[in-house]
Design a protein around this ligand. Structure first.
Ligand SMILES: NC(=O)c1ccc[n+]([C@@H]2O[C@H](COP(=O)([O-])OP(=O)(O)OC[C@H]3O[C@@H](n4cnc5c(N)ncnc54)[C@H](O)[C@@H]3O)[C@@H](O)[C@H]2O)c1
Ligand SMILES: [Zn+2]
Length: 349
């Protein structure tokens, strides 16, 4: 078991990673908390024992449960039970649970402490770290939310034992992304080290840009929170356009290959680096191309609308200085790289 610190001044907190890490839960709870409101889902079955008076609520599964109605239901339940703002909320589940539990905690009594216990790989390396919380509206995903840092995070690898294989693959897509966001050799690491490395990378980015303020508003290299969206521009387009055949991390895997092909077209990386992308993504047994029937025109239109694209086509791309935000990418290159991807073409030296 190892500990990674997220350095955010008075909002700093520990992320404890490893098999059996849940044993450290008690150390992460705020002093003075007398009650713990656990939020989870049916079927997760990962038990926590905060050693406080505890009330457990199960929220509905999937994006459909990530709503304002669920937040209201939680807050009403906590209020009837007598949870105070000095107590603690504990989210035990995947990103859906920790996003909802975190957001509900952020508004309950104008802000109660929350501790996250992510039980999916994606939650451990991404959703539970960094303080973004939120819910969906019928008009779109994650449209209502808050930055609300947890008091601590427990990534207990034992929780992954019951995770469906598809969900594990989805987490692998995000893990693959982290291989390209630092100089550390994630390939050589075991799972505990690798999850801790991913958490460290995300923690460093969040520490430098807690509220994603360095949006691409000016020219020049940028390594703010936006780099966490590496591989995500095409991934979001695939998720929006597709028949939801791909889990998020699988779409990210395809997006990573695409970003590498695009970066090569722009002369930012060489063939060897493209191969590295294929090796990492392939090593996780993830897809390297979109499902058959993908519509290139529709994908380009969606990428142009991606929320990271503020002035024309903006991408997060690898290059000589590492992964950074790149503006004004010519649409012709965007199309050509997509054609390469759809053709499954592997141009080698
Ligand atoms: N806040 C952030 O920074 C951030 C970042 C990335 C993603 N997210 C959000 O995270 C969500 C996706 O999270 P996810 O991929 O973890 O999906 P999820 O939370 O929907 O979990 C996937 C499924 O696995 C089940 N499950 C979870 N843990 C289990 C376990 N240990 N054993 C058996 N089943 C288990 C869940 O009940 C669910 O059915 C999205 O809503 C996304 O918007 C947030
Ligand atoms: Zn993602």
């Amino acid at each position: 078991v190892r500990t990674v610190q997220v350095e955010l001044g008075e909002r700093s907190y520990d992320v404890v990673v490893g098999a059996g890490a849940v044993g450290a839960l008690g150390d992460l709870l705020p002093a003075g908390a007398r009650r713990a409101a656990v939020v989870t889902q049916e079927g997760i079955g990962f038990d926590v024992d905060p050693d406080l008076e505890t009330n457990t609520t199960s929220i509905p599964d999937g994006e459909a449960g990530k709503t304002m109605a669920t937040v209201e239901e939680l807050c009403r339940t906590w209020s009837r039970w007598g949870l105070t703002r000095n107590d603690v909320v504990i989210g035990v589940g995947g990103g859906v649970v920790t996003d909802v539990a975190g957001f509900a905690a952020s508004v309950y009594h104008r802000g109660a402490a929350v501790v996250h216990v992510p039980t999916t790989l994606l939650g451990m390396v991404d959703a539970a770290i960094g303080g973004k919380t939120g819910v969906n509206l019928p008009e779109g995903k994650n449209l209502v939310g808050a930055f609300w840092q947890p008091s601590g995070v427990v990534c207990d690898l034992d929780a992954l034992a019951t995770l469906p294989p598809r969900e594990l693959r989805s987490g692998h897509g995000e893990l693959a992304k982290y291989h390209f966001l630092s100089d550390d050799d994630l390939d050589s690491m075991d799972l505990e080290e690798r999850v801790a490395a991913a958490v460290t990378i995300k923690a460093d980015v969040v520490a430098s840009d807690e509220r994603e303020s360095s949006l691409p508003a000016h020219d020049g290299p940028q390594r703010g929170r936006a780099i966490l969206n590496y591989g995500h521009t095409l991934a979001h387009a695939l998720e929006t356009s597709g028949d939801h055949e791909l889990r998020h991390g699988e779409a990210v895997a395809v997006g990573l290959i695409y970003a590498a092909l695009l970066a090569r077209r722009l002369g930012r990386i060489d063939d060897g680096r493209v191969d590295e992308h294929r090796t990492v993504v392939g090593g996780y047994d993830l897809p390297q191309a979109p499902p058959p029937g993908a519509d290139a025109d529709a994908l380009v239109a969606l990428m142009a609308r991606d929320k990271k694209a503020i002035d024309g086509l903006t991408f997060v791309l690898d290059g000589p200085d590492g992964v950074e935000v790149v503006h004004d990418v010519p649409e012709a290159e965007v199309r050509a790289a997509l054609a390469e991807l759809l053709a499954g073409k592997l141009v080698r030296p």
